[in-house]
Design a protein around this ligand. Structure first.
Ligand code: ATP
Length: 200
């Protein structure tokens, strides 16, 4: 039997860093953000639903969805945001499930679903175990400021707009502490993979 892992984190906590390490270890990682983009490409069922609800005016000249325009519509309207989510979320879940099933059918013993909002969107039922990439508030702030060029106010506002990592710590089955050097993160990941192998 294959074990399905849900990988999550908070803004700038190091989830992409860990996801890259997993891929380097030849583990299939299915990225919810990538699937969310693909799910609304021209030709996809969700694309048709979005155009039929929001109208042709949210399209670019090449027929693709103008994500910025759609983003600003849903930013200002909770109702429209819920409508968009009700179209996109099931499509993303379907795509992730299909790819997971395919990987398992190919004999893979471990598949990772990389889902930033795993807890917020209550998607833990999709996975066997949840893994949180954790950093303390100070490192999160410093790394976010450095990566995105934000000042402390802006970085703090971004951190506060999400479920706090401390809260996610309570919910996760396993933690990877990414406060230290990357080598330490890598070592924890390898130890965790060994533990999870036993659960297959
Ligand atoms: P987001 O979800 O916001 O995209 P993330 O959780 O995927 O972020 P990363 O992009 O992996 O986070 O890491 C955030 C920043 O911190 C990056 O610039 C990355 O290079 C850096 N970083 C990650 N891990 C470490 C580490 N252990 N030591 C120093 N810097 C790190």
């Amino acid at each position: 039997m294959a074990v399905i892992i849900g990988l999550t984190g908070g803004i700038a906590s190091g989830k992409s860093t860990v996801s890259t390490m997993l891929k380097e270890r030849a583990i299939t990682v299915i990225d919810a953000d990538v699937e969310a983009k693909r799910a609304v490409e021209k030709g996809e069922p969700a694309y048709d639903e979005i155009v039929s609800h929001f109208g042709q005016e949210i399209l670019l000249e090449n027929g693709e969805i103008n994500r910025q325009k759609l983003g600003s519509i849903v930013f200002y309207s909770e109702e429209e945001r819920m409508m968009l989510n009700s179209i996109v979320h099931p499509a993303v879940r379907r795509r992730m499930n299909e790819q997971k099933d395919e990987a398992v059918a190919n004999g893979e013993k471990m598949v990772v679903l990389d889902i930033p909002l795993l807890f917020e969107s209550k998607l833990t039922y999709m996975v066997d175990y949840t893994v949180l990439v954790y950093v303390n508030k100070e490192n999160q702030l410093q790394r976010l400021m450095k990566r995105n060029g934000f000042d402390a106010n802006e970085a703090n506002a971004r951190i506060r707009s999400q479920m706090l990592l401390e809260e996610k710590v309570q919910l996760a089955d396993f933690l990877i502490d990414n406060n230290g050097e990357l080598a330490s993160t890598e070592k924890q990941l390898d130890d965790l993979l060994l533990q999870l192998k036993d659960k297959q």
